[in-house]
Design a protein around this ligand. Structure first.
Ligand SMILES: Cc1cc2nc3c(=O)[nH]c(=O)nc-3n(C[C@H](O)[C@H](O)[C@H](O)COP(=O)(O)OP(=O)(O)OC[C@H]3O[C@@H](n4cnc5c(N)ncnc54)[C@H](O)[C@@H]3O)c2cc1C
Length: 292
């Protein structure tokens, strides 16, 4: 079954090279599929061998442990990367880059998803995480999502109440998101660009974009900012090894070069404990921690 895959199959691939935090141990079996059939072959193989499957999009929200991942890792970035525009809708493959999609739409005077500008993501990763910010989330624009179930059959999802939540999309367990339709609307390019520039400016000031990170570590508790709670707990700039609570935004842990996942996990645990002890607030992780 693995032999039928037309894309790439690698063994003991270090995930350091596939995550924005630039750390993480090896994936036993690392598949870069070329098309839907490749994904089906990989899912079928994993099912037959009773192996877990982890999907990696752009790896911008992942903390992979130092011992890495047993089973099959499907790396979708770039695979299923096509975007088509049909009237005021974009039909995008899961591996398409979110920034490229926003840019291509803007060039056609199509806006409506400017609030997603500057979020590093594949379309699949943005859907799985219901990515967004204070002005909106990707769910606001989704008119349909498509996935491959673990048994290889294609499924379609139409937005329904409860399907998306804060930084999550409750698609069927084990399914792989393969694409979606996004509602856009006509808007002059100059206006879209103005909004995008404003959003990127805010991101540049408020997030440590130049350093390796996995984005916001915690979801903001209702009515509060996780960054502010961690800062007030005295953890801004706190380091374990080369992992550091960002001095720019305390809700980011940055890798200053050579950090291990264990260092990052220790900082995360410390923040959780301190915020709980000092403010009685239970932080809920936004980043996805995977691996042994
Ligand atoms: C500097 C920086 C700034 C950020 N700012 C923001 C922000 O403002 N707002 C925000 O929401 N996020 C932000 N993030 C986090 C991150 O960009 C988002 O969570 C993004 O949606 C991750 O997309 P990805 O393709 O990299 O997904 P990955 O990190 O690869 O995966 C994330 C999760 O989605 C799952 N997944 C990915 N693709 C699929 C698929 N095709 N099918 C099924 N499951 C899948 C993975 O298994 C994993 O659980 C930031 C990250 C960084 C590094």
């Amino acid at each position: 079954m693995l032999g039928e895959i037309r894309g790439e199959v690698r063994f003991k691939e270090l995930l350091t090279f596939h995550t924005s935090l630039r750390l993480g141990g090896p994936a036993d079996i690392f598949v870069v599929p070329q098309d839907l059939d490749d994904i089906r072959h990989a899912l079928c193989f994993a099912d037959r061998e009773q192996l877990p499957v982890v999907v990696v999009g752009g790896g911008n929200n992942l903390l992979v442990t130092d011992r890495g991942l047993r089973g099959v890792v499907l790396r979708l970035d770039g695979c299923l990367g096509r975007v088509e525009f049909q009237g005021e809708e974009a039909v995008a493959g899961a591996g398409a880059g979110l920034s490229a999609l926003i840019r291509e739409a803007a060039a056609l005077n199509l806006g409506g998803i400017e609030w997603l500008a500057g979020i590093p993501a594949t379309v699949g990763g943005a859907l799985a995480m219901n990515a967004g910010g204070p002005d909106g989330v990707i769910a606001d624009a989704v008119s349909a999502a498509y996935f491959l179930h673990a048994d290889g059959t294609l499924g379609e999802f139409k937005p329904a109440p409860g399907a998306f939540a804060s930084r999550s999309f409750n698609f069927p367990p084990g399914a792989v998101v393969v694409g979606c339709r996004l509602r856009l609307h006509r808007r002059p390019l100059a206006e879209i660009q103005k909004d995008i520039r404003a959003r990127l400016k805010v991101k540049k000031v408020s997030q440590p974009l130049a350093l390796a990170s996995a984005g916001p570590v915690w979801k903001d508790p209702p009515g509060q900012l996780a960054s502010r709670l961690i800062e007030r707990a005295g953890l801004k700039g706190k380091r374990f090894g080369a992992a550091e609570v960002s001095t720019k935004n305390a809700n980011f842990v940055v890798n200053r070069g050579g950090a291990g996942a264990a260092d990052v996990l220790a900082l995360i645990d410390l923040a959780r404990q301190r915020v709980q002890a000092q403010f009685g607030v239970t932080l809920e992780p936004e980043i996805r921690i995977v691996g042994e």
